[in-house]
Ligand binder design. Structure first.
Ligand code: MN
Length: 267
């Protein structure tokens, strides 16, 4: 497995995405899977399965469905590094510019003996054990797309199948519990006041709202925390103490902001 395509598409001096590194992990470990909701030029869900030290990846425009009668188009895209699996944040510019939310994660298990063979034949059956997605699924290659990249993601009939619209029912991050505007507000919500990664159509309208709400959220938070920050400075609390003391989601966001700030300084 190679991350050459992943590397070629990105400028790692400009993106917060993890560097292209193949991770060898001991055999017998459970395999990782995740789904990242990605508000880029078009909203989609990136479905990723750990295999041979990388994440096999498919872009699913409508996201997974728990209804076995619904076949969701899944475009096979370049392998991603394993480190990408826990990534959530803002890609300011370049390839994939937009907001990435960790929508689901957990472990997966192939229901086939040889994953490479299943990839070649275009029929990969597997079990998922995530927060939102569970049970038996299949990715099957479709001839609808001539370049061989088109697959269908389908839920098998089992106790985890059902009529619930999972992307609407459970829209938030499993990492920060936030939505897109929370993730943007924790980073730099002013980044796309012009030159948005998506301008037209539904996604463009959605991104515009996300930017506006994130700016408002940030302004509100800055106003609300100014008094508290003053009190903390007076008591001589360190940044680390403040971050830990905040706890939970707010703590995670503060830590994210601290990391983002650190990253920006390093550039
Ligand atoms: Mn994507």
């Amino acid at each position: 497995m190679s991350l050459d395509q992943y590397r070629a598409k990105r400028d790692f001096t400009k993106t917060p995405e993890p560097p292209p590194r193949v991770t060898k992990r001991p055999a017998g470990r459970r395999l990782f899977f995740c789904v990242q909701k990605h508000l880029a030029s078009h909203l989609h869900y990136d479905f990723r399965l750990e295999h041979s030290g990388v994440l096999l990846s498919w872009a699913v425009p409508k996201g997974p469905s728990l209804d076995p009668s619904v076949k969701r188009l899944a475009m096979h895209v370049e392998d991603h590094p394993l480190d990408y699996g826990e990534f959530e944040g803002v890609i300011p510019e370049g390839y994939g510019a937009g907001i990435v939310m960790l929508w689901d994660h957990g472990t997966w298990e192939p229901e086939v003996g040889d994953v490479d063979e299943a990839l070649r034949t275009g029929d990969l059956k597997f079990q998922l054990d995530g927060y939102k997605l569970k049970g038996s699924w299949v990715l099957v290659r479709t001839r609808r797309y001539g370049d061989n990249r088109g697959w269908l993601l389908i839920k098998h009939r089992d106790e985890w199948a059902g009529p619930v619209n999972i992307t609407e029912f459970a829209p938030l991050s499993v990492k920060s519990n936030g939505n897109f505007e929370d993730i943007l507000a924790a980073d730099n919500p002013a980044i796309w006041t012009s030159n948005r990664p998506a301008t037209g159509g539904e996604t463009g309208a959605m991104l515009q709202k996300v930017v506006e709400r994130a700016l408002a959220l940030k302004a509100e938070r800055d106003k609300g925390t100014r008094g508290a920050a003053h009190a903390r400075r007076a008591s001589g609390a360190t940044r680390a103490k403040r971050t830990q003391g905040a706890g939970g989601i707010r703590g995670a966001r503060a830590a994210g902001r601290a990391r983002a700030g650190h990253r920006r300084k390093r550039r």
